[in-house]
Design a protein around this ligand. Structure first.
Ligand code: ZN
Length: 75
C-alpha cells in the first residue's frame, strides 16, 4: 500500500523558473510547525514548458495531514 511519491505537474509559464530555483534553495523543514512531529517528504516533479525539470521535496506532517480517516499502519 505504498503511497505515490512522484507527482507530476505541468508548469505553463517559464516565469516560475525563478520560483522553483528559489524553492530548491530553501532548507528542508524537518519539524511540523504546528505539532512538532517529524515531517515526511514527497518528491514532486515539476516540468516547465521549455524543458526545465525540478524535483522538490514537499514536506507534510503525518499527524496534521493524515489526521482524519487515514490508515494508522506504521511503516
Ligand atoms: Zn503537524
Amino acid at each position: 500500500m505504498a503511497t505515490s511519491n512522484c507527482q507530476s505537474i505541468i508548469v505553463p509559464s517559464e516565469s516560475v523558473a525563478e520560483l522553483f530555483d528559489a524553492l530548491s534553495a530553501l532548507p528542508r523543514l524537518t519539524r511540523c510547525r504546528k505539532c512538532d512531529t517529524e515531517l515526511l517528504h514527497l518528491d514532486a516533479t515539476f516540468f516547465s514548458d521549455d524543458g526545465k525539470v525540478w524535483t522538490l521535496p514537499v514536506p507534510f506532517c503525518s499527524t496534521c495531514c493524515l489526521g482524519e480517516g487515514a490508515a494508522t499502519n506504521a511503516a
